[in-house]
Ligand binder design. Structure first.
Ligand code: SF4
Length: 478
């Protein structure tokens, strides 16, 4: 059997951009280094896929241990189906016309073969349908069309009560009628993708909105390297269609753009790029800082967002507070409250937070969006907090009173600390996604090492917020 040239993941890659498909096959070394948060998302997908097998326990696992086994697994799958002894197959392999798929779960029910593809999401997206349509096409043409094709995804309304009930945690939807209708589109796309894979040089495809839709392409580092940091493409003050239209007409030039500026944010971003310097609105910044009493404590919060609920009465992907800290400027004191070893971390967090707010009129944080979302999700318990209670210093960059063209739409603590504060800090990674390791450990270990790591994280965020505050204060004098 010939080796395959397209798989389900490369087919989806090609549907986003044919150049990405080409580079992935012919120049894989140009791919961007995978970030910890992306790696965590991939791992989460794989973990949920394995957990979903328990919906149909006792199956035979056909997962190949290395790429060299793919074609052998196709033959094994065919033989197992022919013999009819096994009725549940995990990662069954099918190949047609040099295209290979591994189906998550294949089950024989009442004498009919039913396909199940598992997704670690709360809803069905167009990309999932495309992915399923490709798989169905390969199965059908290799002689094994299933009688139904289900997408298995996570029930956003599931609430953990005791052991996880997989039949309630997962939802199943038969999407066969939709994907059968997509066949013509699939055939055309396969033709284009195969043609691109035969090229001797990379197709001439410019960057565009597709570079981030539906996924951030891992060849951005390569394709975008000639786009200067001052380009309009990096400005989040303009919408995508305007930005790419401008860029197609005028490239990286900004002359003449002033007549299209309608907001303060657009002005600040164009100013910083055109002058290659920090934009500072001193009057705006002064009035903003006047409203902040620098004796307000500095708040840092750590959340996790587990796909599979860890605590009782919580839902999939619900924000779970791990803890918070309050740092009191001037007296060099920090109070840390950790909630993970409490049976109900949400209630414990809210109770402790309410007490902290009784003593302080306002708190300063770098970014309060997850905290606000947390209180929105727990709306019946939020009446002691208003949106003005927590000051988000990142507003200074988003309104903005200060802007640097190298921000390039990335306001994360990690990026801002190295760009504006000259602080290199690996420990400031996105708290929600990089916390996957944390959730896994929570299931396995006692809490002591987790508490230490959580405290360290809160200290790093506090230190960053204090330094950021000093930085913005300094801009009023410069
Ligand atoms: S960065 Fe954009 S243009 Fe380049 S391969 Fe990816 S999607 Fe295509």
């Amino acid at each position: 059997m010939e080796r395959h040239i397209l798989s389900k993941s490369t087919f989806i890659r090609g549907s986003q951009c044919l150049k990405s498909l080409y580079l992935n096959k012919k120049r894989p070394y140009l791919r961007d280094k995978i970030s910890d948060s992306k790696r965590a998302i991939f791992k989460r997908g794989t973990d949920i896929g394995v957990i979903a097998r328990d919906l149909f326990p006792g199956g035979i696992d056909l997962s190949p241990r290395s790429p060299s086994q793919y074609q052998r697994k196709v033959l094994e799958t065919t033989e197992i189906i022919r013999q009819g002894k096994n009725k549940i197959l995990y990662e069954a392999a099918f190949q047609y016309s040099q295209m290979l798929i591994l189906l998550d779960i294949l089950v024989k029910q009442d004498g009919l073969w039913i396909a199940y593809e598992v997704k670690s999401s709360l809803s069905i997206t167009p990309t999932f349908l495309l992915d399923a349509a490709f798989q169905y096409y390969i199965m059908k043409n290799s002689g094994f069309a299933p009688e139904a094709f289900y997408l298995v995804y996570i029930n956003e309304n599931y609430i953990k009560k005791g052991e996880i009930n997989l039949n309630e945690y997962f939802l199943k939807k038969n999407i066969l009628p939709e994907i059968i209708q997509m066949e013509d589109y699939i055939i055309k796309l396969i033709k284009k993708e195969k043609a691109v894979l035969k090229l001797n040089s990379s197709p001439d495809i410019p960057v565009g909105e597709k570079c981030d839709t539906p996924y951030t392409c891992d060849f951005k580092g390569h394709c975008w390297k000639k786009i200067p940091e001052t380009s309009i493409l990096y400005m989040d003050a303009f919408d995508n269609s305007f930005k790419f239209e401008w860029w197609k007409k005028y490239g990286n030039k900004l002359e003449g753009i002033s007549k299209f500026i309608s907001t303060k944010k657009q002005y600040a971003q164009i100013y910083s790029s055109s002058h290659k310097e920090l934009y500072v609105d001193k009057n705006g910044l002064n009035s903003y800082l006047e409203k902040i009493n620098n004796n307000y404590p500095v708040l840092s919060v750590l959340f996790i967002m587990p796909a599979m609920p860890v605590f009782e009465n919580t839902k999939p992907y619900q924000l779970i507070p791990v803890g918070f800290s309050l740092n009191y400027p001037g007296i060099n004191k920090t109070d840390i409250v950790l909630t993970i070893d409490h049976q109900n971390p949400i209630l414990y967090f809210i109770e402790k937070f309410r007490k902290a707010l009784l003593k302080h009129e306002k708190l300063i944080s770098y970014d309060s969006k997850y905290l606000i979302r947390f209180f929105d999700e727990n709306h019946e318990k939020k009446n002691f907090i208003s949106k003005d209670t927590i000051i988000s210093l990142s507003e200074v960059l988003k309104i903005p009173y200060i802007y640097h063209y190298k921000i390039k739409s990335d306001y994360s603590e990690k990026h801002i600390s190295s760009l504006l504060l000259n602080m290199e800090n690996k420990n400031l990674d996105n708290s929600l996604l990089s916390m996957n390791w944390f959730i896994n450990k929570l299931r396995e270990e006692n809490c002591d090492s987790l508490k230490k790591q959580s405290e360290n994280y809160l200290k790093h965020i506090t230190n960053f917020t204090n330094e950021f505050y000093k930085f913005i204060e300094a801009q009023t004098d410069s």
